[in-house]
Design a protein around this ligand. Structure first.
Ligand SMILES: [Zn+2]
Length: 105
């Protein structure tokens, strides 16, 4: 199923994804340089495994952002990766890298 998004929406998502990528890369670089970085402001996805290290979480998040950048502008954009259901626009506006619907996450 393809839904129409306005060029303005797509441009905003593209910008948000790009700036999040920059932010995450900067945090990852700082961590790898041995700096103490707080992840609290980055809205990281949940830890996948308890005790997952900061750099692992950041790398996972960066992967999520770069996958979203590839989907944006394709028919897959805005649909749940596992089940193909539409992801609500308010969710995409808040976190455009979201790739699962509320039932799947
Ligand atoms: Zn789903």
């Amino acid at each position: 199923m393809t839904r129409e998004h306005t060029p303005d929406q797509v441009a905003r998502w593209r910008r948000d994804l790009a700036s999040k990528g920059v932010e995450l890369n900067a945090a990852l670089t700082a961590i790898l340089a041995g700096k103490n970085v707080t992840l609290a402001t980055l809205k990281l996805p949940q830890e996948q495994t308890p005790g997952e290290r900061k750099e692992e979480r950041l790398r996972r998040y960066l992967d999520l952002v770069s996958r979203a950048q590839k989907r944006l502008g394709t028919p897959e954009w805005g649909t749940c990766v596992p089940c193909d259901a539409p992801i609500r626009e308010v969710v995409l506006d808040d976190a455009p890298w979201t790739e699962t619907c509320e039932a799947c996450c």
